[in-house]
Design a protein around this ligand. Sequence first.
Ligand SMILES: [Fe+2]
Ligand SMILES: [Fe+2]
Length: 471
Amino acid sequence: MRIDYGERIPNNVGLGDDRRLRRALESWQPRFLGWWQDLGPEGFQDVDVYLRTAVSVEPGGWAHFGHVKMLDYRWGIFLTVPEKDRQIGFGEDKGLPVWTQVPGEHRADLRRLIVTQGDTEPASVEQQRLLGRTAPSLYDLRNLFQVNVEEGRHLWAMVYLLQAYFGRDGRDEADMILERHAGDPDRPRILGAFNELTPDWLAFYMFTYFTDRDGKYQLASLAESAFDPLARTCRFMLTEEAHHMFVGESGVKRVVQRTAELMRDQDTVDVRPFGGIDLGTIQRYINFHYSVSLDLFGGERSTNAAAYYNAGLKGRYNETKINDDHLLSETFQLVPEWRDGAPTMADVPAINALNECLRQDFVRDCARGLARWNTVLEEHAIITRLSLPHIAFNRRIGNFADYHVTPEGVPLDEEQWAEQCHEWLPSDKDKAFVSSLMQPVTERGKIAGWIAPPPRGIDGLPFDYEYVRLF
Ligand SMILES: [Fe+2]
Ligand SMILES: [Fe+2]
């Protein structure tokens, strides 16, 4: 199933045969490009970047690499190949054929799910738009831009669904996604974590590790949807998303490695005078980005999530691989809650705990990267370990929104929290220090002093390849 690059909008959905849809998307395209120029990566619109472009949607061998200007990137609409005789995998319609159109009774809910997902895609590009100015190497600069163009393509993916399946209001929603902006006081992005600026590269790696991983779980649960075009879109998006999380995981790992080298060579935990980021600061960044990403999953008990599941709109992570009735009529799930002044666990009907179920999969996944980062510390004979804070730490949404705990989960009153939270979350001083390290390194093969070089380059090329041609 090759992608047609002869079209103005590359696609594998037969856009050439659908005049109405093609015209709708072609009239949206200049608005997208205008948005990219105004709010995409600042200062790098004219440089050649070594980017990968999808050429096929078959698993494996789908990418083509080459130098392109970002504005010339071939954003388009790519869905995975339809699965023959695919059936609805869960909920009340389990076992029936999947839908190729939107059923009237689920129209509003599906639209809301697609708009919420679609809104996050351009948001992260906006949040990261200034980072190009302070990249630690050409390799990292290229990775940032790869993530950015792919988030742009994810927006195309969601806008295609809105325009192809939701008529007039779908077109309006597609326009509104370009009118809301990250951090805009009047028209902010829908979800809280997508309104903060990503101020420095440590925050960027944390964002791609934790927040893009939330995206992975949301996409994976939509990839189970009975609405087949949504499922197929999300399946292809997941292949791109994997690279974003690689950028995050390997980025943090390289920061940890550099810190560990400095600790060993200088025989001190205080690596700041030597231009490294101390482990305390790295831990505080983890605490912040992890806790805000936990909030993105929503409340622990959710009747909306139950309704989406019953209707077949949004499943669990790897729904089809789970061995149960896929109805959740008699199962229970342990959910964290606040009782008698402290966090504890309670058994609730699994159908009401689907947000929490997805969040717990996410937590387990997050822990894997932490283990890899800690291996670096171990290899350098450092006894400190990085960790994920308690599930109730620094939460704004759900059962813990009104309470405070330490990263270990010990309850605190308001006053104690106000006194001590700067020990656990990045302080203004931490951010100013990290920001002072953010000096651009644009010479081939060179890298900033606060991060280790990657063990290998992109697409089999060496680290000192000219991934971005600046002049
Ligand atoms: Fe995305
Ligand atoms: Fe992403």
